[in-house]
Design a protein around this ligand. Structure first.
Ligand SMILES: [Zn+2]
Length: 309
């Protein structure tokens, strides 16, 4: 009897030890590249505090239409982290691991482990010497704490949503020598409207802010379509958010208006996994898959899966 309990104890301990192991146990191996991948590009539009039921024909005519297109993966049930602060969720989107691994538990970013779990752009920079990775954000901590160290270009000064849009448009349209190949954008005014007036499609300040962002998104999508059609560029287009909201906050982790948000992935020729509900850790593996970058280390560390079939 005693032997059995000891054995049980040993097994339990071993199981829990295994759970803690992946950090150090993951091999730091060589990245492999898919030689069939040519010049692939990615635009990720981040919209802070997007409550799913605010995606309506009236409020967001462009994104509403996009959500039902045949070449789009869309879900209004995309799962946030159990910790519904902005910091952990943007960190999980960019690193492909859950918050208990990257260890960002609030908006202070204290204790973050990005050196072990870097943003996906780190692997792209390792894999492709010439690639231009960009991040332009309204909420500066995303760049200060997550991106700055790993990407080619990150905005550092405070930008409002219109400035984020204009800068993105200029960079995409006027292809200088620093044209972005993999481009992350972040709009924050929807979250601000939610905190001031309420996160709800019934709150006019929230709805109007989202309508303004919908116009930005449409404009950016049209630029991508022109680049595809006129220049033959091969872009994956994504729209993501960190959390929803209810009342004037997003702290109640049990509330589906808060712990679910939207996720879009669009490409003219790709198939995306049907009937799958994405979560925050699926963005990074999907982008690395699209860019043809894989390794045992990535598979071992990342919690998410690629939704590209
Ligand atoms: Zn947020």
């Amino acid at each position: 009897m005693k032997k059995i309990s000891l054995l049980l104890l040993f097994i339990l301990c071993f199981v829990s030890c295994i759970k803690d192991l992946p950090v150090e146990a993951c091999p730091e191996d060589v990245l492999s590249l898919d030689p069939t991948i040519g010049n692939h590009n990615v635009l990720i539009v981040g919209i802070d505090g997007f409550r799913s039921d605010a995606l309506t024909e009236n409020i967001t005519p462009f994104m509403y239409g996009l959500s039902s297109r045949d070449d789009v993966y869309f879900t209004p049930f995309h799962k946030t982290e159990e910790d519904t602060y902005s910091g952990p969720n943007w960190s999980s989107l960019l690193t492909g691991v859950h918050y208990y691994k990257h260890n960002v538990v609030d908006n202070s970013f204290v204790g973050s482990r990005f050196s072990t779990y870097p943003p996906f752009q780190y692997y792209l920079e390792l894999a492709y010497q010439q690639i231009n990775t960009f991040s332009i954000t309204n909420w500066t901590p995303i760049n200060t704490y997550i991106c700055q160290q790993y990407l080619d270009y990150t905005s550092e000064s405070t930008l409002n949503d219109s400035m984020v849009f204009q800068l993105a448009r200029d960079l995409l349209v006027d292809s200088f020598s620093i044209a972005p190949d993999v481009f992350f954008l972040h709009f924050d005014e929807l979250d601000a409207a939610g905190h001031s007036y309420g996160f709800s499609p019934q709150v006019s300040e929230y709805a109007n802010t989202l309508s303004k962002i919908d116009i930005f998104v449409e404009s950016l999508f049209n630029i991508i379509e022109e680049k595809r059609n006129d220049l033959g560029e091969n872009w994956l287009f994504l729209i993501v958010s960190d959390h929803g909201g209810d009342g004037t906050g997003h702290g109640d982790t049990e509330n589906p208006h808060i712990n679910q948000t939207i996720f879009f992935s669009q490409h003219p020729d790709l198939n995306f996994t049907p009937n799958y509900i994405t979560n925050q850790t699926d963005l990074a593996p999907t982008i690395l898959d699209y860019m043809g970058v894989s390794s045992e280390e990535i598979d071992c560390k990342m919690d998410g899966v690629s939704i590209i079939e």
